[in-house]
Ligand binder design. Structure first.
Ligand code: IPE
Ligand code: IPE
Ligand code: MG
Length: 264
């Protein structure tokens, strides 16, 4: 069967960035998307196809996450947002939710040294309420440890929902108006952008979703309003840096107009 060639165990320790420079495609200067978002989908189906349980699919995704981060560094991506757990994922079974919480916490703890070594600045986008305290603690400690790194910002979107983010921004603006910190007669796009979870991070240029689903499932609706979209057929555990590079190659071919007209 098609998936037999994928030996995910061999990816357990992904090659560090630039371990094999000859494999990295050369993207024309200035064409690489600055901010890439990935909807890492298909772990459950990957497991199901192999007669495994869903959580084994999440486990198989771990090395792929780090292979993808290494590939993003190699390509020169500056911001990488990874959709890890959505505000809607609480609807899953208590066992799966528990697994995903514990697993996120453990991954951040286990991989922070590697990320630090690679020059990754760890970030988080998401809502605090409901999220496990231990996940927040681990994220905060990783963010503190890596705050001076500047090779790439990796944003773990955990308990993230785009509508929640915009609602939280609106609530925070309302509070500032109440407190007399801003005058309330005009709400601008800039003001909303400034109240998002990470206002310093630029808009998303490219959103990739794996597993063939063609929807964005509440991922970065504000930041990706003008992003190019690439829906790739591979289930996330079958992915890795080559899949990211292929999407960047597609992106490089796109003609981004932002509502304007391209000069001939
Ligand atoms: C993505 O894989 C991971 C998370 C949403 C946490 P899924 O778990 O959604 O896998 P499928 O879509 O059921 O195959
Ligand atoms: C989106 O995948 C969320 C993450 C990848 C974390 P889902 O599998 O939860 O999305 P739907 O349910 O297919 O829209
Ligand atoms: Mg899914």
């Amino acid at each position: 069967m098609a998936f037999e060639h994928v030996d995910y165990k061999s990816l357990d320790v992904p090659d560090a960035p630039f371990a094999h420079p000859e494999r990295i495609p050369s993207f024309p200067k200035g064409t690489v998307p600055k901010h890439v978002g990935i909807i890492m989908d298909g772990n459950g189906r990957w497991a199901q196809q192999r007669g495994l349980i869903r959580t084994e699919g999440h486990q198989a995704a771990e090395p792929v996450v780090f292979d993808t981060i290494a590939g993003a560094i190699e390509a020169g991506v500056r911001y990488l947002s990874l959709y890890t757990f959505s505000t809607e994922n609480w609807k899953r079974s208590p066992q799966e939710v528990r697994f995903l919480m514990g697993f996120s916490r453990d991954i951040i703890r286990r991989r922070v040294a590697q990320m630090d070594e690679w020059g990754v600045r760890v970030r988080w986008a998401g809502r605090r309420p409901r999220l496990w305290k231990s996940v927040i603690t681990e994220l905060e400690s990783a963010m503190e440890r890596t705050k001076h790194n500047s090779v790439i910002d990796v944003v773990f979107c955990i308990n993230y929902g785009g509508r929640a983010e915009i609602a939280d921004a609106a609530a925070s603006i309302a509070k500032q108006i109440r407190d007399g910190k801003i005058s309330g007669d005009r709400v601008t796009e800039r003001m909303i952008a400034d109240h998002l979870y990470n206002p310093d991070i630029p808009d998303c240029d490219l959103v990739i979703r794996t597993s063939g689903e063609q929807r964005t499932s509440n991922f970065l609706p504000w930041q990706a309003a003008y992003a190019e979209l690439d829906f790739v057929p591979e289930l996330f555990p079958e992915c890795g840096r080559e899949v990211l590079w292929r999407s960047i190659e597609h992106y490089v071919q796109r003609d981004r107009r932002f509502g304007g007209v391209k000069a001939k």
